[in-house]
Design a protein around this ligand. Structure first.
Ligand SMILES: NC(=O)c1ccc[n+]([C@@H]2O[C@H](COP(=O)([O-])OP(=O)(O)OC[C@H]3O[C@@H](n4cnc5c(N)ncnc54)[C@H](OP(=O)(O)O)[C@@H]3O)[C@@H](O)[C@H]2O)c1
Length: 217
């Protein structure tokens, strides 16, 4: 397949790119600084910004699937998802009336996107995570994920938003819990490798189309 990856240079995006290449796919990556990307010789790179509709159009042209591991690089207000996701959706929706529509998008989100995400947690943990983590430390990343969720939900695309709790750099375990309704009980971490594997699996699966899916160890 031809796969467009946004955020390919990030920690999760690099793992995702490696997996796509290992599976024999062609990868197109839109990058701010392609010369810094370690996998640049193995992918087709386009230099540009995901905030720029022309660059995004160029990236998704003729691909079969779009993946995104975009996100802010700090806990400050960066508005990366607020600015990039509408451009990606707009570019993809423009193709829906064309001979080869680009309809499928799988994005990396976060467990904090929805108020029901903590429904399966013990009461004490729900209180701490909601009040201390989501409402304070992760206030801006959570706002970005809410925006990503709202934009995808309103789109006409076949989207899947993969929603992990804290990401780690541990090796993949290959076994984890997924849940369409809320974060699994006491789910607090998962490796970027396992998330990348799961996102790859969604390319060939209709199970979570137009849905969010929580994933955690
Ligand atoms: N960290 C966690 O525990 C956690 C938990 C749940 C969900 N998440 C979500 O997962 C996302 C990805 O995590 P990660 O650790 O893989 O991220 P990361 O290593 O920080 O990678 C972020 C990616 O987004 C790109 N990006 C950031 N700001 C940009 C901008 N202004 N313009 C264009 N591209 C920009 C980066 O490109 P450059 O290489 O050009 O900078 C990079 O490719 C997070 O941002 C968050 O939304 C994180």
């Amino acid at each position: 397949m031809n796969i467009a990856i946004f955020g390919a240079s990030g920690a999760t995006g690099t793992l995702l790119t490696q997996r796509c290449l290992a599976a024999g796919h062609n990868v197109l990556a839109l990058l701010r600084t392609p010369e810094k990307f370690p996998l640049r010789d193995q992918v087709h790179t386009i230099q540009g910004s995901p905030f720029d509709l022309t660059s995004v159009r160029q990236t998704i042209e003729d691909v079969d699937v779009v993946l995104s591991a975009l996100g802010a690089k700090s806990l400050k207000k960066e508005d990366v998802l607020e600015r990039a996701v509408p451009q990606i959706i707009a570019a993809m929706q423009e193709t829906l009336s064309q001979a080869k529509p680009v309809r499928r998008i799988i994005v990396l989100g976060s467990a904090g996107a929805l108020p029901t995400s903590l429904d399966k947690q013990p009461v004490w943990r729900r209180w701490i995570v909601q009040n201390i983590v989501y409402n304070t430390f992760l206030k801006w990343p959570v706002a970005s994920q809410i925006s990503q969720w709202n934009n995808l939900s309103r789109s006409k695309l076949d989207w899947t938003m993969v929603m992990p709790p804290m990401l780690t750099n541990d090796p993949a375990r290959g076994s984890y819990r997924t849940d369409g309704d809320a974060l699994p009980p006491n789910g607090s971490r998962i490796s970027r490798s396992d998330v990348a594997d799961f996102m790859m699996q969604q390319i060939g699966s209709a199970q979570w189309v137009r849905k969010g899916v929580y994933i955690s160890w």
